[in-house]
Design a protein around this ligand. Structure first.
Ligand code: FRU
Length: 542
């Protein structure tokens, strides 16, 4: 029994061990805190998620602060409290997040700053494009487009964010090298299209106030969305002021940053001539995931990871879009395959679970079977021992009962002998007593006493005598004189006659009948029955 239990416990632990080893385990939890929520960030997140398909051990927790610094601070704090293994943060502002990021690094959580910088010093790594260089590249390209002479309006990114600061610096540094190119207006937006529109409105109003004949040759937007918003404002102005210099001049050129290849993104705007050019601001979620894994796995990594950029113009926009379409198709294919693999894996785990359950049930059932067979055998053995013991006891009981009856009979014989010696006195006594007419009364009493007590196996002649206020000798003599039988014989006959009736009824076994009529050993009952009726009680039974 003990062995069987150990056997089950061992096997179950083995199963658990096996299932937990084969179960998919997420080893690294990576928290991603995005400052904003837009198509550029959506693309980045999709790439991060896609790269988890190839890195099963990674679990991503994605959060967006929706341009709210306080919210981003709280999100980083709760990611730190959860105990993520690594944090990827794209901070909204250069400052403001330093305390939250420092708390993470104090808890030894590596922090990757992505796309935007923060003024914290102890971050683990940075990955992003060189925004200063992008600004510079677009400055040079603007000058080239203008033939080194012309007017520019710049719509800067969100105040205080590192890409806005660096793009602006790069652009103005480049323009400084072209003495005939002038930036005649600068306003900051918040990266959204509406903010580009509003900023441009302000600039147009100011320029009109200062000189109604103003012209603008190029607008540089801190990103594509703001450049497009600015374009809407210029077009509206031109419609409303058809006689203005701005309406009569050659079309304004628009430069932006991001060049997203997604539908409605900057790349399509360049292809469709809405924007003149845009600098690719890469997302590269796959490279970001690789950097995170290198850090987590203790592999070598660079602290500063520069992502390359390049210019999208009407010359290459279409080709780039086609290439991107190809990549998109591949992504979709990978996603489909992943969904399939997921389906197969979950089917597999269901099957595995079913298999283990079946094995477990079979094992439990067979163990129970072994246990019950063993228990049955033990029970049978014990039962046999008990039966033998019972037989021995019964045998002893029968012997004792027989000896008791023999003793009684010997006593009766002794009584008979003494009675003969004292013949005259005793017989006179008995005749006197019996002649008294009490013969019938005596027998009635004796029979009643017997009826009440014959079923008691311990009943003795003395007991009856005591009940009838007679000594054993008196009782013996009277019974013998009236019936010609000794009381022992009389009691035995009474029991055997009752037994005969019960056996005829047939509802009780021989042993039950024996006990019922006051024999304490069925074997002695059988012997007496045979002696009395000349046949065995089992033959009498119906
Ligand atoms: C997206 C975005 C981009 C921009 C970048 C700068 O949230 O506004 O358009 O290039 O952030 O961090």
């Amino acid at each position: 029994m003990k062995n069987s239990l150990l056997y089950i416990i061992g096997f179950v632990s083995l199963i658990f061990c096996f299932t937990s080893c084969t179960a998919e385990q997420k080893k690294y939890v990576i928290g991603v805190s995005q400052c904003s929520d837009d198509s550029w960030r959506t693309k980045l997140q999709q790439e991060l998620e896609l790269s988890t398909y190839f890195n099963d051990e990674v679990q991503l927790i994605l959060c967006s602060a929706n341009d709210n610094v306080e919210k981003q601070r709280q999100q980083i704090d709760s990611l730190v409290n959860i105990g993520v293994d690594l944090l990827i943060v794209s901070p909204q502002q250069l400052d403001d997040l330093s305390s939250s990021i420092s708390r993470a690094t104090e808890r030894k959580i590596p922090v990757i700053l992505f796309d935007r910088k923060s003024d914290v010093k102890n971050y683990t790594a940075f990955m992003g494009a060189d925004n200063y260089r992008i600004g510079q590249m677009l400055g040079d390209y603007a000058a080239t487009l203008l033939g080194d002479a012309g007017t520019i309006v710049e719509i800067g990114g969100e105040h205080g964010s590192s890409p806005a600061i660096e793009r602006h610096r790069g652009f103005t540094d480049a323009i400084k090298r072209y003495p005939n190119v002038h930036i005649i207006g600068y306003e900051e937006g918040n990266w959204k299209q509406t903010s580009g529109n509003a900023a441009m409105e302000n600039i147009l109003q100011r320029l009109e106030r200062e000189n109604p004949d103003f012209t603008i040759n190029l607008v540089f937007g801190g990103n594509d969305r703001m450049a497009e918003g600015a374009r809407e404002a210029v077009n509206r102005y031109v419609v409303m002021h058809p006689q203005s210099a701005l309406a009569r001049q050659s079309p304004v050129k628009y430069l932006g940053i991001d060049a997203l290849p997604t539908p409605g993104g900057g790349m399509e705007k360049v292809r469709d001539g809405i924007l003149t050019a845009s600098a690719i601001y890469p997302t590269h979620g796959d490279e970001l995931m690789q950097l995170a894994l290198n850090i987590l796995e203790g592999k070598a990594y660079e602290k500063n990871n520069d992502m390359e950029t390049s210019l999208v113009t009407s010359d290459n926009a279409n080709v780039l879009l086609l290439q991107n379409k190809e990549i998109e198709n591949q992504h979709r294919y990978i996603q489909k395959m992943h969904a399939r693999v997921d389906g197969i894996l979950s089917q597999l785990s269901v099957q595995r679970l079913a298999l283990f359950s079946i094995i477990f049930v079979v094992l439990v059932v067979s163990t129970l079977l072994v246990v019950s067979v063993r228990a049955y055998r033990t029970k049978k053995r014990l039962y046999e021992q008990l039966r033998q013991k019972n037989e021995e006891i019964n045998h002893e009981k029968a012997t004792v009962e027989r000896q008791r009856d023999e003793l009684e009979e010997q006593r009766d014989q002794y009584l008979d002998a003494t009675t003969k010696k004292e013949n005259a006195v005793v017989e006179g006594d008995i005749d006197g007593e019996l002649a008294d007419g009490s013969r019938n009364t005596f027998m009635e009493n004796f029979m009643q006493c017997l009826d009440e007590r014959f079923t008691d196996p311990d009943l003795s002649v003395e007991d009856i005598g005591r009940a009838m206020c007679l000594s054993r000798v008196q009782l013996y003599r009277r019974v013998k004189a009236i019936t010609g039988k000794t009381p022992v014989e009389f009691i035995r006959e009474k029991r055997l006659k009752e037994a005969s009736l019960l056996l005829t009824d047939g509802s009780l076994s021989v042993s039950e009948v024996a006990y019922r009529v006051g024999f304490s050993a069925p074997s002695y009952f059988t012997k007496c029955y045979k002696d009395f009726y000349g046949k065995s009680p089992s033959g009498k039974k119906k």
